[in-house]
Design a protein around this ligand. Sequence first.
Ligand SMILES: Cc1cc2nc3c(=O)[nH]c(=O)nc-3n(C[C@H](O)[C@H](O)[C@H](O)COP(=O)(O)OP(=O)(O)OC[C@H]3O[C@@H](n4cnc5c(N)ncnc54)[C@H](O)[C@@H]3O)c2cc1C
Length: 397
Amino acid sequence: MDAMLTPELSALQARIRTFIADQVIPLEGDPRGGAHGPDESLRRELIERARRAELLSPHAARRYGGLGLSHVGRAVAFEEAGYSMLGPVALNVFAPDEGNMHLLEEVATPAQKEQWLRPMAEGHIRSCFCMTEPAPGAGSDPSMLATTAVPYQDASGEGYVINGLKWFITGADGARLAIIMAMVPQVGATMFLADMATPGITLERNMDTLDRCFPGGHGVVRFSGLRVPASAILGELGQGFRYAQVRLSPARLTHCMRWLGAARRAHDIAVAYARTRMAFGKPIGQHEGVGFQLADNEMDLHVARLTIHHCAQVLDAGHLGLHESSRAKVIVSEAVWRVADRCVQVLGGQGVTGETVVARIFADMRAFRIYDGPSEVHRWSLAKHIIKGHRPAGTAA
Ligand SMILES: Cc1cc2nc3c(=O)[nH]c(=O)nc-3n(C[C@H](O)[C@H](O)[C@H](O)COP(=O)(O)OP(=O)(O)OC[C@H]3O[C@@H](n4cnc5c(N)ncnc54)[C@H](O)[C@@H]3O)c2cc1C
C-alpha cells in the first residue's frame, strides 16, 4: 500500500510518524491522562506541539487552517496518528470532533462555520454529538428518538425548546459546542447547535467506561427547557437523520483509520517480544502457536488497510454507500479487535498489565464494535439488503 502513495503523502506519513514517536509517545504516561481521557491542559499541550509541527487538523479545509487532505490522505494521516492513543488528540482528529467538523463543513451556514468550525479546526474548543438516549429512547434504532424540540414564538423571537436525556455523549465534559438531535413534532428529526454553557443543559455525570482515550470521557447530558433560536438549526428542519448519515459514513471510516494505527502499534510490540522472549529453547515467535498469530495479525492489518483505502478512494470519487460503509466498519472493527486480542496473548502475563500499551489499546478499542453501529446491526441491515437482491457497491456479481 505504501508503494502506491504519492510522494507528497509518503512525505506527510513520514513527518507524522516522526512527530508521534518524538513528541506524542513520550507524553503517554503523563498523569494528566485520566480515567475520562486526557485533561484540557494535556490536550492543549499536544495541540500546540502539532501546531508547531504544522500538522494540526490535517482533515480541515485550508481556509480553516487545515491541510485539506483527501479521504485517502486522511487514511494515511489518521493511521499514523492512531499509533499513539494521544496522537488523534494532538492532530485534532479525534472523535467526535473530527466527524463534527466534517458535518459542519458539509451542512452549516457560513455564520455557523465562523462561530463553531473555525475555533474547532484551530484546536481552541471541543464539541460533542448528542444522539443516543437511555431506554426507551434512541440507541441502535435512531427512529426511537425521544428528545423533543417544540417551536416557540414570543417577544424575544422564534426558536425551539428542547427537552430530553442523552448518554454516552463523548467529550461532553469540557465541550463548548453540542450538536443535538431532537424530534420536532409533525416535522421530524432535526439537528441543533447549542453552546454547552446555555441554561437548560446539564452534564449530570461522566460514565465509567473501559476506554480512557477520548478527551472529556462519555457524559450523561440532560436538556431541560433548553431554548435555542431558529438560527441554531443545523441545515434544514426535519433532515436530522439524513445529516446523521452525512456524518456517520465518513466518521465510521476515520474511526477505522485511527484504530488501524493502534492495532499496528500493538502488533509491533508483540512482534518485538516474540523475537526475543525465550521459551522451550527458542524465541516464542518460532513456536507455531505464536508465529501463526503474528501471521494472522499481518493478514488482518492488511485487509483492514485495503478496505479503508478502497472506501477512501470511493469517497474521494463521490459518495460512499451506506451499506459499503457498514461492511467496511464491521470488517475493520473486527479485524483490529482480533489483532489486539492476539497481541495480549502473545505478550503472556504482560499483555494484561500496564508494562506495555497493549492492554490500554485492547481496552480503548473494545467499544468500537458497538459505537457507530454495533456489528450485529450492520450485519442485520446488510442481510436485509442482500435478501432484497441488492449488493453493496464493489461486490463481485
Ligand atoms: C464509548 C462509546 C462512545 C459513544 N459515543 C457516542 C456519542 O458521542 N454520541 C452518541 O450519540 N452516542 C454515542 N455512543 C452510543 C452508541 O452509538 C450506542 O451505544 C450504539 O448506537 C448502540 O446503542 P445502545 O447502546 O443503546 O444499544 P442497544 O440499542 O440497547 O442495543 C444493544 C445490543 O443489541 C443488539 N442489537 C440491536 N439491534 C439489533 C439488530 N437489529 N439485530 C441484531 N442485534 C441487534 C446489538 O448487539 C447491540 O449492541 C457511544 C457509545 C460508546 C460505547
